[in-house]
Design a protein around this ligand. Sequence first.
Ligand code: ADP
Ligand code: MG
Length: 578
Amino acid sequence: MNSRTKKFLSYYKPYLGLLCVDLACAFVVSAITLMLPLCIRYITINVLEGNSPHPLSQIYTVGAVMLAMVIIHTLCDMFISYKGHMMGAYMESDMRRELFDHFQKLSFSFYDENKTGQLMTRTTNDILSLTELYHHGPEDIVISILKFLGAFIILMYIDVKLTLIVFLFLPFMAVFAFYFNKKMNIALRVSKDRIGDINEQVEDSLSGIRVVKSFTNELVEKKKFAYANGRFVDSRREGYKSETYFHEGLVGFTQLITIAVIVFGGAAIVDAKLALADLLTFFLCIGILIEPIQRLVNFARLYQEGITGFDRFMEILEVEPDIEDSVDAAEITQVRGRVTFQDVSFKYKEDYGYVLNHVSLDIEAGEYVALVGPSGVGKTTLCSLIPRFYEVNEGRILLDGRDIRDITQRSLRKHIGMVQQDVFLFAGSVSDNIRYGSMEAGMDEIIEAAKKANAHDFIMALPDGYHTDIGQRGVKLSGGQKQRLSIARVFLKNPPILIFDEATSSLDNESERAVQDSLERLSDNRTTLVIAHRLSTVRNAQRIVVLSQNGIEEVGTHEELIARKGVYASLSHMQLTI
Ligand code: ADP
Ligand code: MG
């Protein structure tokens, strides 16, 4: 057994008891289904043909037995349907949780390569297709085999010739069923992809609705949507066509078999080679013989879908996080805040060029350093190496003289606060979003942090104050307001090291001043690394680092660098806005 099969089966482990009862029920259901025609045969031979001395009492007895069997059959069927499905749902939920936990472990490089929409599909649809397989798989196999074998034995017992006639049809029926079932599956898969396209189209158009309307491109969007919508209908057409052939074909085959049995069985009765009761039983058993074929075909579909889903699930689960804590990584608690880059080189991927080349920089604890340079030289990259979002290729980064690779990622990141240009807020209230900085914080701490971030006044002016729902990603707030919430979040976290990556770049002058003011308050007594585009933000820095394609170009105070008449001097001449 390979490791994936083992893994596949391992999800049954917590539910083995349930699985056994489920299979036992499947066994009982199959057995009772086979016994019912035998009861009818018994009544026909012993009672209806006048062979019994006490016909009525015999009818009542057999009737009572059949009633008991039917009740047991129904109860077992109910168990299979309800508990069996729930077993599938539990297993699915276990897998989904495992996948989500794994997502939390994966590194940034993984998210650089994978689209969120696809990952969402994996967590929902792919796993959903497994529930049915986990639940129906074992039970379908048990029921199919038992019913088929049982019906075959009964038919052979009654009449070998008639049974062989029935069996002449079965291979054709099976081939037909598998062929059209396969076509049905393909169509199903295509329409799943197409509905995905529709979703993507709707998501894209609606989230960009402001752009759509401002360019008055509604018609373009409508056309794109109509195209996706039409393709979806086409795929449905194919699906329904195959489905119709499949079902009608199976019904047709069953009818053909019935006619053959009537003709040949009837002839046998005329020749007195077969009893009427036997022909009746024969009819009742044909259905039981054919049903497993349909069931197995259905199982084949479940299996294919489930296994594809499982493979896609495992593909993600088998991705290892790029960056993992070493076994002897230390938890740090007291951090002064000195950050040192020692000859650091970095590239995002093996076959990409280096973004940072032998960069060395020593930032003192509590120092306020500005990082400037043209777009794309690696300022953001440099900052994202400090919390170890990516791993350096060469050289090392030290925190208070200790290599960050010797520190657990959790405790390292607890001591670093980041404020970025693109603020990400979660759906929920204002206070929920600020609390994200420290989940244990009480309301008074949240208000305190908001005050420090110049956010309290505007929050109080919102309809429900701190309880106001901010809408998806904070659409109900302005850029400056969102930024101040994100700063309040960092105030609450209270880290000794701060990174501001173009935190004020997209703001208008007035919001910029409010945000700038709160950022300055935040950076008091903390190591601060600021990436900025505006001279006003940069000039007060204790040290300014100018980064270019060749690495660090110049380091010094505003006055020193102006006097040098180098890159910084010309940048600042252009007001630094690049
Ligand atoms: P800056 O912040 O100075 O504008 P960045 O650090 O964002 O520059 O980017 C530096 C270089 O690295 C750019 O050439 C950019 O295309 C590349 N880059 C940035 N992020 C990634 C990523 N996640 N994967 C691959 N390349 C990236
Ligand atoms: Mg950047």
